[in-house]
Write a new protein. Structure first.
Length: 265
């Protein structure tokens, strides 16, 4: 999915730095253009330019809020999906004791291997497709082994309050893994980010142009505003990059669960 996108292969830091440099350049070009036509521009045009500048900055604020909300929502969804998966696995591990005695040790060993793989793939960059495919195949094999074990245990003990409870929890584990994988593929559409960048760069140009018409260069405020907006854009992009950006979903719940299983064994 991500192979067809232009931005995902670039680091969020590189995009933010490039965006900041671009807006400063556009601001300088806008300032020089404003100074060039300053003498031939009346006060009404200057006032109109100020209104246009305010409109573009308002549109930029709207887009920033919209895209930040989208990326933050996806980050929260991924965090909750990890918590749900950890809870599902923890419940299934506890219900291993409801299985017939001969199936408890194999099930426990399989869940330990399963958790090790889930923790490992959780730390792997989404752009490393081959490695992730290898992990997903191993995870699918263990899921199949666990399901086969559950079916065999059901034939020995078909009661719903014992083996049936384990089967239900195992089904929840598989569903939660699929949900988490699906959420990893969901992010802010690239066309929305592109629109945000265009408006951001345009706002830098119009601020420089307006300053050029007034004949006064205001370097510090413009650089400060550009830097702050660039930082917000960086956070938006980074939140939207599971397994790749600086901000990552905390896997402490999965790691602690794996350690607890190893300790019990």
């Amino acid at each position: 999915m991500f192979e067809d996108e232009l931005l995902y292969g670039l680091s969020s830091v590189m995009i933010a730095v490039g965006l900041f440099v671009t807006i400063i350049i556009c601001n300088e070009m806008g300032f020089r253009a404003g100074r060039f036509i300053q003498a031939r521009t009346d006060s009404e045009v200057k006032a109109l330019t100020g209104s246009i500048q305010g409109s573009i900055l308002g549109l930029l604020a709207l887009l920033l809020g919209f895209t930040f909300s989208m990326s933050m929502q996806r980050y929260d969804n991924r965090s909750m999906a990890l918590i749900d998966e950890a809870n599902s696995i923890g419940t299934a591990v506890l219900r291993i004791e409801l299985l017939p005695a001969e199936y408890q040790q194999p099930a426990s060993e399989l869940f330990e291997q399963y958790l090790e793989l889930r923790v490992a793939i959780g730390q792997l960059d989404l752009t490393k497709h081959q490695q992730r495919n290898d992990y997903n195949k191993k995870i699918a094999n263990i899921q199949a082994e666990l399901w086969t074990l559950a079916v065999e245990a059901t034939n020995v003990d078909p009661r719903p309050v014992t083996t049936g409870a384990f089967v239900k929890s195992l089904n929840d584990v598989i569903d939660s893994q699929g949900k988490r994988n699906a959420l990893l593929q969901m992010h802010v559409p690239e066309v929305v980010l592109m629109l945000l960048f265009v408006v951001f760069i345009s706002s830098g140009g119009i601020m420089g142009y307006s300053a050029g018409l007034s004949g006064q260069r205001i370097i510090a405020p413009i650089v400060l505003v550009s830097l702050l907006i660039t930082l917000i854009v960086f956070i938006i992009i980074d939140l939207d990059r599971p397994k790749r950006g600086v901000i990552q979903v905390n896997q402490a719940g999965m790691v602690e669960l794996l350690e607890s299983i190893k300790t019990v064994r």
